[in-house]
Structure formats: C-alpha cells, structure tokens
Design a protein around this ligand. Structure first.
Ligand SMILES: [Zn+2]
Length: 754
C-alpha cells in the first residue's frame, strides 16, 4: 500500500511539475533589466490571414491572380520658353478583375504643385525636399477634355463626367465596364507648366547651353485596382512614391529642333531625328563595349543657341512597363555603349549630360557605370528587359523610371557611381517587381539598397567598394526608440527617418539574413525566386515574407517581427564562465543572456591563454524558450577572453557586456558532483535512486520514471532540487545519504548510499 502511494505521488509530482514549467514566465535576473520575451518573438500565427486563390500561402501569385492593364498612347509638345507641356493621353484600360466598374480613378500628380494642394500643405517650413521648393507659378494639371472612345471603325467620342480631388481624378463611365477582360478607351487633353524643382523627381535646370527638362509624373496615369484594396487612390503628397499598372507605351514628343530628346525604351525614328553622322555613331555604340560619343560637346556648342523655331518629333516605345519618362535639352552631350545580357541579347547604355558635367572624374564615365550596373543585376537577379538604359543629368538628387533615370548633374566619381547604380537598381524594384511604393517604400528602396551593396563590391574590381558595415556602431541609428517601423509608409514617418527606415534598415536586414541567418546561396535563391514570381506583378509584404520562408525553408517570423514589423532592439551579453569541475583542462561553460526584444543566433570567439581563438556559432532556436543560455565549450586551458559578435554583424546597441576578460570577468564556482554520485536506497520501500553526472549536471534515475536533472539550491549547502519532479534532496555532511522532500506535501523520505 505504501509503495503504491509513494509511486502515485511521485507520478503526480512529475506531471504537475512539467505543466507548471510550461506555464512559467521567464525568471527575472534582477539588474540589468531583461526585456526579452520569447513568446512575443516566436509566437505562432505570424500571418494574419491565410493564402488565397490570388495570393497563395507559399507566396506565389495564385491560379486566380489577376491584374488590370493600362496601355498608353501619348503625344506632347514642349515649349522651351514657358516650360509648358501640352499633350494628349489615350489610355486603353483593361479590367481583368472579377468586378464590374462604373468609374475609373487616375492620378494627376502635377496637382501636387498647385498652391492649394494637400502635398504643399504638409511641407514643413524648412528641411524638406518635397513640393516645388517655394516656386510661385501656375502649377498643376489643366484638363481640357476627357472623352470615352468607343466603336471600331466608326469611332465615337463621348465627353465624360469627372471629379478632380487634389492629385486624383475620378472618371464616370457612360457604360459599365465589364469584369474579366472588359476594355475602355479614355482620351484626355492636358497641359501643365513644369516646376523647376518637382519634388526632387522632375524639373528644369538652366545650363550654359540651354535648359534641361527632366519630365516625369506628367500625364494622367491609371491608379491600380487590385485584390488587396480595390482602387489605390492615396494622394501624391511628395514623400511616398508610386503604384502603377503595366502596359505598353507609344510616345511622340515634339521639341525645338536643336533639342536632343531621350526617353524610356527605344528610339523608333532615329533616322528622322538624328543627323546621318549621329545615327552612324548611335549604331556604333550599340556594338561597342567602350563608350562612343554620339553627340559631342562641339556639336552642342554649335547648335545650342541657334534660334530654333523649327521642331522635331521624337518617337519612343517601351513595352511591359509601368511608366514613361523623358528628358529634352539643347545642352545634351550623348554617349553610349553596348550592354551584354545573360541570354545573349543586347541593350544600349546611354548618358545625356551638359558640358558642365563632363569629365572623366564625372559624367564621361556615366555610360560605363550604367553598363556595369545593368550587366551585374541582370546576371545576379533577373535579365534587364528594355532596349535601352539612359542616365540623364538633371537637378534631381536621383530618380528612377523604366529604362531612364535622372541623376544629379553635379555628381562625380564614387557619388555618381552610387547614384547611377542605385537608380538603375530600381529597374528591378519597383519597375520589374511592381510593389506598392506609396505604402511600402522598403520593398523598393530597401531591396534596391541591398542589391546596390552587392553591386558595389562587384564593380571594377571593387573600385568603389564600401567597407563592411559596423552594426554595433549603427545599432542606435537602426533601432533608436524614436523611429517608426520599417512597415510604415513614407507619408507616415518623419521625413528625416525615411533614409534609415526605407533604405538602410531593410537593406541591413537583408544583409543579416543573407550573411548570418540563411547564407548566400539560400538567400540569393529565395530573392531571385521572389523577383521571378512577381516580375511585372504587384506583390505585398506577405508575398515577400512567404516566398523567402518557403524557398529557404525557415520560419523567419521572429526576424520579420524584430526588424520590419516592430522597431525592436538587440542586446546580447556574457554573464559569466565556469570551468568544468573548476579545472580549465576539463572545458568551460559559457552563459549568454538575451537582454532585449530581438533574438539572434550567437556568434562568439573564445580565446585561450595560449592565444588560440575558436569561433562558436549557435542557432537562434536557443532563444525560443530561454532568456539566458549556458553551453559547454571543449577548451583545455584557461580562457583569456570570450567575445560576442566579434565581427559586429548584429545590431547590438550595448557593447559593454559583449566581452568577458580574464582578470575582471566573473568565474563561477562549479560544484564538484563526484561525491554525490551513486545508488541510494530507502528503508521505506524497495525503491532505488541512482544519481549520475553529465556536463556538470546531476541527474536522477528511478525505475520506471523519466530521468530528471537536479539543480543546486542557492545558499543551501549540499542541497539539490527538481521543479519538474517536485523533489528536493539534502545530503548529510559525509554524503552517505540524503533526505528526499516531496515538495508537494512536505513528506520527507531518508535515503542511504548503497
Ligand atoms: Zn531609390
């Protein structure tokens, strides 16, 4: 009877012990404060919704994925004196959605530059790059007519009703547009005066040989209708960029005859607009790996100030693009070179810049940069799809469009490489992978900044290679409590935080993921897959997270939560070391604590007295249920130092606890367990308790029970306990026996050594 009662009680103690361990909250370590909560970091159900038939759980476009389409025929005429542009915008809009439509939404981005625009209202008094920088002029779109065109051979044009609200225009359709393939043609006559500084994305720059017009956000553009929000109509306020549909563009630009016009895509009528000599050089450039001058400084000087009343019309075309931009100037020097693509196809790198920007330390190397940048990204991520890539010197800091970018005319050397490589990197994000920039700038700026970091290592044997980032130095910059989260939209964060939150922080996150968490091969494969899956489509943040997790085969919810969803902080520290049995020859136990919200793998260097350094790496999983972690390292001599994150690859904002040093670091006493080991019996029952030792831990074994470990009780000599088993063992001085207390009921059973 008694033995049964004893067994039953112990079984119960084992069970309640186990369940109470599960329910335990992490023990506080006193000072310093530990903010880590492993349940927050590793909680299940990261995704707030399951996959759908349009966006699957694995991060792919689903079988029912749809996307609408906008094809544009644009004509425009530039007035070199008044800076006015007058044009016609003919849009063929195809509704592939499952919904009927009775109205359309378009963007009129030039309305940002109207005096009373919402964007102007939110520009602070100082320190902003947005808006028209105080220029007083008659800005904004003037809409002359909006018509719906129907019919095949016998075209009819019906004037449509529309409402303009700030930078948006809603057009009401005379007939409902059918779902799943319905198509409508809209024709809009528009004009506007180009601002000198167009929110740092377009503008007019005066040079000695005439004005440079860099023209963008210039024609009424379709808003995106998607399966996420329906119509995406968030206004253009300045800070947040764009979200646009794909389609083909056919564009005719009329400018004074002494201008050279460059644009997105392919020049269709070179024969008409170029001189015979220029056309010959243009074709030479298409075959040459070395830069060929197509329009020289001397030619610019001879025609720049001619009284040009005559005009030329330049015809450009680009297919499968989300936008069209262009630039025009009598001041343009033009040079070009061939771009070699992985498939064997060729494209053409071009640079257009004024004589003020020329020189081998400046824009005369631009074409070399464009070619290198595009060849590299094509090789690493996805092949460049457009027939040309043009870099234009303008008064923007740097701005990207399909097949054409505007970079600062004063940029030189490494700066010019950096901005050119960055703006052309945008061809991949967001021009090919068409994410919603208005809300998720990190998905284009951040991803692009990341691919730029790899590109700069590759370029010209590392000519402009940056030294590896010190994440300890930058930890405060990335995780200051004053920051919003990476997932905030640029319109929803302080303008000064855009640089870190949209560019540097997401990029540093991808570098960590690539170099520390997944490794280059797995990460690159996952990112390439994301680009391939979502090329010319509209991915959301979840589509990205799911693709990376599915291709790499890891649950990275802890990482997304730490770095993207929340603005968490990271601080690992070394508490103490302990020699096994107090003998350095037998190895060392090292205890690391995670003090703040972000978990990360452990990387540390152990240096012994003789100078030998060993690197130890532990996976992030150790933090799934622990705030501190002890592990044994098989060293055979005294430890000189232990250094956490020796390469500064994790954003540890508190470096003061990262190094343990002999002399001032804490060495804990190991309790030598030899004396306790053995078999113990009790007079009360035929039960035997066997105590053994493994890795300095005392283990107990009873017949028919799971083995459990015993921890020394602080400040109680020769005493051990197991919360799990619900027992406490107090040895006598001679270690010839112990009293076992059942912590559940306080019953004491004496055992003696066999
Ligand atoms: Zn950018």
């Amino acid at each position: 009877m008694k033995i049964h009662a004893f067994k039953a009680f112990l079984t119960m103690a084992l069970f309640t012990g186990i369940s109470s361990v599960w329910a335990q909250t992490p023990a506080s370590t006193g000072t310093p404060v530990n903010n880590y909560n492993y349940h927050d970091a590793f909680a299940p159900n990261f995704y707030t919704k399951n996959g759908t038939s349009t966006r699957t759980a694995s991060g792919q476009p689903g079988v029912d994925y749809w996307q609408n389409r906008a094809d544009y025929q644009l004509t425009v005429k530039l007035n070199n004196t008044t800076n006015e542009l007058v044009g016609t915008d003919e849009i063929t809009y195809t509704n592939n959605s499952p919904d009927k439509m009775s109205f359309l939404w378009l963007y009129l981005d030039q309305n940002l530059f109207k005096n009373d625009s919402r964007g102007n209202a939110v520009v602070p008094l100082t320190g902003s790059r947005n808006g028209a920088q105080g220029q007083v002029f008659d800005g904004g779109n003037k809409i002359k007519s909006v018509k719906i065109i129907s019919g095949g051979k016998t075209k009819t044009e019906v004037t449509a009703k529309y409402i303009i609200t700030d930078t948006r225009m809603q057009i009401f359709l005379p007939q409902e547009l059918a779902a799943k393939g319905g198509s409508v043609k809209v024709k809009i006559e528009f004009s506007f005066i180009a601002p000198f500084e167009g929110s740092d994305r377009m503008g007019v720059l005066e040079t000695k040989n005439g004005k440079i017009f860099t023209i963008a956000q210039w024609y009424p553009r379709m808003c995106v209708y998607d399966d996420v929000k329906g119509w995406n109509t968030a206004p253009y306020l300045g800070a947040s960029e764009f979200y646009l549909e794909y389609g083909n563009f056919d564009v005719k630009i009329t400018a004074p005859a002494n201008h050279y016009v460059v644009g997105s895509g392919e020049l269709v009528n070179g024969v008409e607009v170029l001189s015979a000599e220029q056309l010959k050089r243009y074709k030479e450039a298409q075959q040459s790996d070395k830069t060929v001058v197509i329009r020289s400084a001397a030619e610019v000087a001879s025609t720049a100030n001619t009284n040009a009343t005559a005009e030329k019309t330049w015809h450009y075309r680009i297919t499968n693009a989300r936008d069209f931009s262009w630039a025009s100037s009598p001041a343009f020097i033009l040079d070009g070179a061939k771009i070699n693509l992985p498939s064997g196809k060729k494209s053409l790198a071009l640079s257009a810049y004024p004589v003020e920007s020329s020189g081998n330390d400046a824009w005369s190397r631009s074409t070399e940069y464009v070619k290198a940048s595009i060849e590299n990204y094509s090789k690493r991520w996805f092949e460049y799809p457009y027939p040309a890539a043009t870099n234009v010197a303008g008064n923007e800091g740097g701005m990207e469009y399909p097949g054409i970018v505007f970079c600062g005319w004063e940029s030189k050397g490494e700066d010019l490489w950096g901005v050119t490589d960055h703006e052309f990197g945008h061809i991949w994000f967001p021009m090919i992978v068409g994410s919603n920039e208005r809300y998720f700038a990190w998905m284009d700026e951040g991803f692009n900044t990341f691919i730029n970091s790899v590109s700069s290592v590759d370029f010209n044997k590392g000519e402009y290679k940056q030294k590896a980032e010190d994440l300890h130095e930058n930890a405060e910059y990335y995780t200051s409590p004053k920051l919003e989260t990476v997932l905030s939209s640029p319109d929803n964060m302080k303008e000064r935080n855009i640089g870190v939150l949209c560019y540097a922080k997401p990029s540093a996150g991808l570098v960590m993921l690539r170099e520390q968490i997944l490794g280059e091969e797995r990460f690159d494969k996952a990112l390439r897959t994301y680009v391939e899956r979502w090329a010319y489509k509209h991915p959301t943040p979840d589509d990205f997270f799911r693709t990376i997790e599915n291709v790499a085969g890891e649950d990275l919810s802890w990482f997304w939560r730490s770095w993207f969803i929340n603005n968490w902080r990271f601080d690992q520290g070394i508490n103490s070391i302990k020699y096994v049995k107090n003998d350095p020859a037998k190895g060392v136990v090292i205890t690391v604590e995670n003090f703040d919200k972000i978990p990360m793998p452990i990387v540390l260097d152990v240096k012994t007295k003789s100078g030998k350094v060993t690197r130890v790496k532990l996976p992030v999983e150790i933090w799934q249920r622990n705030n501190s972690w002890s592990f044994k390292h098989n060293s055979t001599e005294e430890i000189e130092s232990v250094t956490l994150d020796p390469d500064h690859v994790f954003p540890d904002y508190n470096e003061s606890n990262n190094v343990w040093k002999a002399g001032n670091g804490k060495i804990e006493k190991d309790i030598v367990l030899d004396a306790y080991i053995g078999k113990y019996v009790t007079a009360n029952s035929p039960l035997t308790v066997e105590l053994s030792e493994k890795n300095s831990v005392l283990n107990a074994e009873l017949p028919n029970y799971p083995k459990f470990s015993l921890d020394p009780v602080a400040n109680e000599k020769d005493t051990f306990e197991s919360g799990r088993a619900g027992v406490k063992l107090k040895f006598n001085e001679a270690k010839t026996g112990f009293d076992m207390t059942l912590t559940g009921n306080g019953q004491v059973i004496p055992f003696t050594k066999k």
